[in-house]
Design a protein around this ligand. Structure first.
Ligand code: SME
Length: 159
């Protein structure tokens, strides 16, 4: 049984605990789907105010939905389309306070108001993106971005 009980009060401390938990869950496990599934569950269980948490995988230079928590979502996203596609095309984090103001945002769920998308890159190659959505505008801070970049670095070794 895994029971991580991570405190959410202080964001840097919370992400340090999340990183340790993710390392523990994924170390020595070579199956990418298993690792993304547990990562999505861990993030979903820990971070408040999310309505979607999960992955889009790079499959033949197109993003295809992977393990996630939340409502059923768009299945395929071309590189360059929406927030996820922008993160994939540029390999840059996209932290969007108001998704309705983002050109080409793809509304999988009308409840989404803000979004954080972090590319997962190994040796210059995009493996997947980590996508978090929130119903609260401006939900994601610089601390969230730094913490999720750390999670993406851990995942880059095990996808
Ligand atoms: N809103 C995303 C699409 C994926 S869903 O949020 C799960 C985007 O614009 O890329």
């Amino acid at each position: 049984m895994y029971d991580f009980k991570i405190e959410t009060g202080d964001a840097p401390a919370m992400y340090a605990d999340l990183a340790l938990a993710l390392e523990g869950l994924t170390s020595g496990e070579p199956d990418a789907i298993a690792n993304m599934a547990n990562a999505a569950a861990l993030i979903w269980e820990t971070l408040p105010d999310l309505n979607w948490a999960g992955f889009y995988r790079n499959v033949g230079a197109e993003l295809v939905v992977g393990p996630f928590q939340g409502r059923p979502a768009c299945i395929r996203i071309p590189f360059g389309s929406g927030v996820c596609g922008a993160a994939a095309a540029t390999q840059q984090v996209q932290r969007v306070d108001d998704v309705n103001a983002f050109p080409g945002h793809i509304a999988c769920d009308a409840a989404s108001a803000s979004e954080l998308v972090v590319p997962i890159v190994r040796d210059g190659e995009l493996l997947a993106v980590l996508d978090l959505d929130s119903p609260r505008p401006g939900r994601f801070s610089a601390d969230d971005e730094a913490g999720c970049v750390r999670l993406a670095e851990i995942l880059a070794r095990v996808l």
